[in-house]
Design a binder for this molecule. Structure first.
Ligand code: ADP
Length: 602
């Protein structure tokens, strides 16, 4: 809104009439040709009117008169509108130009692409670029209220929070001092237009200070003695006292659809206005950057979006929570790292323990195999004392047959039949000897355990043959096979033979000194459910309960030269096959019954 008012003196009126006449003469030709046109185009100029439509019309009538005189082809209409209505009309394309204050102009520029073509040049010592400022006033008798910083904690009267010159300019200065009006003032009293209301509120003591546009106070001499300026800035050439920085004056702007030709004609016409003619003049468009800066700093108008919470703003506002969350995340990361480290350590420990166990197991297996081998050798050792006798038989028989052949040769009684018979016997005896030696060799061999599917009856018979083959005076061993035909077990045959041989040898040990009728041993093969049982019964002296309890302990022996390992190894072999080895007294009669149970695999 222009600060100057149309001159109302008689001389002024005369001058205006003269200028109007001259302008008519100047533009007479185009006007005539325009008259020939069917209709004159209406040009609608929206003017911001916050003091009411009448005030606006009287303020801007020089503009209308000038344009009508200069551009007679057009009909100019001033449309007085408040902020909101002007926005709506501009958006709806109902206006060709807008005349508004710098704050509102910058908003329209950002939102609707309004583009200033001229800035009002109010004169009176003010440049168009530095025309507007605000003044903070207080009662002359007020104390401790000299600078804007003194407003902290005071009641301040304003026209409205949306008023550019009536509040926002001062707001920027307060913000620069670190004062947030909403928080740091004791009250912000909105009194509305006209601005004199602000002066009245301060005068009545309803507010400690008030904000008015610069030059308002100077235009009201009646207030001059009662009010004074707070925070007066001295560095400007502004003719009135201001408490704020200065901003460019009102602008006239085009809108999107305004024809450029029309804009150009209008600009030329207005630039030609002399202040002396109509009390109004226009200058080339000023720089409105200062207005942008104000809005940006206050985060209002087109920069209101800056108030929307960004990540940084949220982080600043909720920093204790953010810090707590960050601390939690850090703790969690540390915890995870620690857990991972622990898992790593424990895994390494576990791996080392497993390796150690593997080594131990391997060693145990080795020593068990060693022990089994030793046990086998020990059985053989005990039995092989008589092995020589056993081998003597076939060897003696072979020798006999060879000698008889020799004799027959000497006596010339050698017949083909005799040679054949002798050779056959020699071969049979040699085979018997070879069989005994072969079985002993394979039994004594050092080897790794291996499983085979075999018939238990076969296994038992072989063990008995080996046992009897190694003894000169072997006891009778009867075999009662109650197993269904084709019964098989999956075992290491040599290990099971070792068990049977051990049991047979122990039984022989227990009975060989006894009367001949107690020496025979009885083997029985039976099946209960899925278990094959091989039972060896002897008729020896048996064992008392204490000895029976310790029977399977390693190194338990009652023999002078015994090792006491046989039965413990036998039980371990039985268990390794998923079976059992037990000993008990027979239901009737003397002796012991040893039972080897093995799972059947049919
Ligand atoms: P060793 O034969 O070297 O003593 P074993 O472990 O084979 O070792 O036998 C342990 C002990 O069990 C024998 O010393 C013996 O006292 C007893 N024993 C084993 N079998 C019989 C049996 N059939 N009758 C009586 N005692 C037995």
């Amino acid at each position: 809104m222009p600060a100057s008012h149309p001159c109302t003196t008689l001389a002024g009126k005369l001058r205006r009439t003269l200028v109007a006449g001259l302008t008519l003469l100047l533009f007479a030709a185009p006007s005539l040709s325009a008259d020939e046109a069917p209709a004159r185009r209406e040009v609608r100029i929206g003017v911001l009117a916050f003091l009411g439509a009448e005030a606006a019309v009287s303020e801007w009538s020089p503009l209308k008169r000038r344009l009508e005189a200069a551009l007679p082809r057009y009909v100019f209409r001033l449309v007085e509108l408040d902020h909101a209505r002007m926005d709506a009309a501009a958006r709806a394309g109902e206006l060709d130009f807008v005349v508004t204050n710098p704050g509102h102009y910058v908003e329209l520029e950002s939102e609707l692409g309004a583009s200033r073509i001229l800035t009002l040049d109010s004169g009176k010592g003010r440049s168009a670029a530095e025309a507007l400022g605000s003044t903070v006033v207080a009662r002359s008798d007020s104390r401790d209220l000299d600078t804007l910083a003194d407003l902290r904690g005071r009641r301040v009267a304003i026209v409205g929070t949306e008023a550019f010159g009536g509040y926002q300019l001062v707001w920027r200065e307060l913000a620069a001092l670190g004062i947030d009006p909403a928080r740091d003032l004791s009250a912000l009293k909105v009194v509305g237009y006209p601005m004199d209301e602000v002066l009245a509120a301060v005068e009545r003591g309803e507010a400690d200070a008030g904000v008015v546009r610069a030059c308002v106070l100077e235009g009201r001499p009646q207030w001059a003695s009662r009010l004074r300026v707070v925070g007066r800035r001295s560095e400007t050439d502004h003719p009135c006292a201001t408490s704020t920085r200065l901003y460019p004056d009102w602008a006239i702007a085009t809108l999107h659809h305004t024809p450029p030709e029309l804009a150009k004609s209008l600009a030329i016409a207005l630039l030609g206005m002399e202040r002396g003619d109509e009390g109004m003049a226009w200058a080339v468009p000023a720089d409105y950057q200062a207005v942008h800066d104000l809005f940006r700093e206050l985060q209002i108008g087109p920069y209101a979006y800056l108030r929307e919470p960004t990540l940084m703003v949220m982080a600043e506002r909720y920093w204790p929570w953010v810090a707590a969350a960050a601390a939690l995340v850090v703790l969690w990361i540390l915890y995870t790292l620690r857990v991972e480290h622990m898992v790593h350590l424990r895994t390494a420990e576990l791996r080392a323990a497993l390796d150690a166990r593997d080594v131990l197991e391997r060693r145990m297996r080795d020593s068990q195999e060693q022990a089994e081998h030793l046990a086998r050798l020990s059985v053989l050792g005990e039995l092989s004392g008589t092995l020589a006798h056993e081998l003597n038989q076939p060897l003696a028989a072979i020798g006999n047959y060879a000698q008889s052949l020799e004799r027959r040769v000497d006596n010339h009684r050698l017949t083909d039949a005799a040679v054949r018979e002798a050779a056959g016997e020699i071969a049979a005896q040699a085979e018997r000897a070879a069989g005994i030696i072969g079985r002993i060799r394979s039994f004594a061999r050092k080897r790794v355990a291996q499983r085979e599917r075999v018939a238990p009856s076969e296994l038992v018979r072989e063990a008995v043959a080996l046992f009897r083959g190694m003894l000169a005076s072997a006891p009778e061993v009867s075999i009662t096979d109650e197993l269904p035909p084709d019964t098989t077990i999956e075992v290491d045959p040599l290990q099971i033979q070792q068990v049977l041989l051990n049991l047979l040898k122990n039984a022989w040990d227990a009975t060989r000194e006894l009367a001949p009728e107690r020496r025979p041993l009885a083997l029985r093969l039976a099946r209960t459910d899925g278990t094959i049982r091989i039972l060896l019964r002897d008729q020896g002296p048996g064992l008392d309960a204490a000895a029976q309890a310790r029977l399977f302990e390693p190194f338990f022996t009652t023999k002078r030269d015994g090792l006491g390992l046989g039965l413990s190894i036998c039980r371990r072999i039985a268990e390794a096959h998923g079976g059992r080895l037990t000993a008990e007294a027979p239901v009737e009669g003397p002796g012991m019954v040893f039972a080897l149970s093995l799972p059947s695999h049919d």
